[in-house]
Design a protein around this ligand. Structure first.
Ligand code: APR
Length: 232
């Protein structure tokens, strides 16, 4: 059995079969809402009620959602693979953790987290957040979802770049490869000598950067890939 270090990037597509909308597919979240209104600091400053309503709805939906076979397969890989398995997710739902994954980095934050824009304190978000909520640490009414918006720096980037440089295998699952820095991860992993794999419903815009591809629904192709990886 190989003890390769495996770094996995996941996007909204891995949670699609758990009933959570993707962003850029037909009828996706960015077809229903303007990014500049609900996913930028300027939009939050302009209309905090609209932004809280957007994330309150997604938080309630994510709380009801269950991991699908793809999430469970990645948790199995972490349990059974002798080498390190790291999931770097762009997703803000908690489905990797609900499926049992422990080694997970949320580079775009997560719906279950609240952040104080005044003192940077973080705490578990209530299901419904509002602009009148006050920070439990500093008392200011400056609370926001702990989500990384467009124009803000994703979390854990130094750590992620270092994991990519030392990965033996890099897998991208359910992501369109439209948003940086995540879209550049495959090239960084390739530069470090990793074998690169895209598991997606359809070819992403970075498909030509991958050494290996497999297309189909994540709930089908991810368990198949994990079984293959564990039998190597
Ligand atoms: N199985 C596998 N892949 C799927 C499935 C499925 N069932 N359904 C959709 N996909 C794929 C689509 O083909 C697409 O390539 O998932 C991808 C979803 O792409 P996006 O909607 O762009 O989502 P994502 O790549 O995660 O977006 C990245 O953009 O808006 C920001 O912060 C947001 O984290 C998000 C980032």
């Amino acid at each position: 059995m190989s003890s390769d270090k495996i770094v996995i990037l996941t996007g909204a597509g891995i949670s699609a079969e758990s009933g959570l909308g993707t962003f850029r597919d037909e009828g996706g979240l960015w077809a229903q809402h303007r990014i500049e209104d609900v996913a930028t600091p300027e939009g939050f400053h302009r209309n905090p009620d609209l932004v809280h309503a957007f994330y309150n709805a997604r938080r309630a939906q994510a709380a009801e959602a269950e991991p699908n076979a793809a999430h469970h397969a990645l948790a199995r890989l972490e349990r059974e693979h002798p080498g390190e398995v790291l999931v770097v997710t762009q997703n803000v739902d908690g489905l990797h953790e609900k499926a049992g994954s422990r080694n997970v980095l949320h580079m775009h934050g997560f719906l279950a987290g609240a952040l104080c824009a005044s003192c940077d304190h973080r705490w578990p978000a209530p299901l419904e957040m509002s602009k009148s909520d006050t920070c439990p640490a500093c008392g200011h009414a400056a609370t926001r979802p702990d989500i990384v918006w467009f124009g803000e720096m994703p979390y854990y980037m130094d750590e992620i770049w270092s994991h990519l440089a030392s990965a033996d295998t890099f897998v991208a699952i359910g992501t369109s490869g439209e948003v940086y820095p995540a879209a550049a991860f495959v090239q960084e992993a390739d530069r470090g000598g990793a074998h690169t794999i895209e598991l997606n419903l359809a070819p992403s815009s970075r498909v030509s950067d991958f050494a290996e591809t497999c297309f189909g629904p994540a709930s089908q192709i991810v368990p198949e890939w994990v079984a293959q990886e564990l039998s190597r």
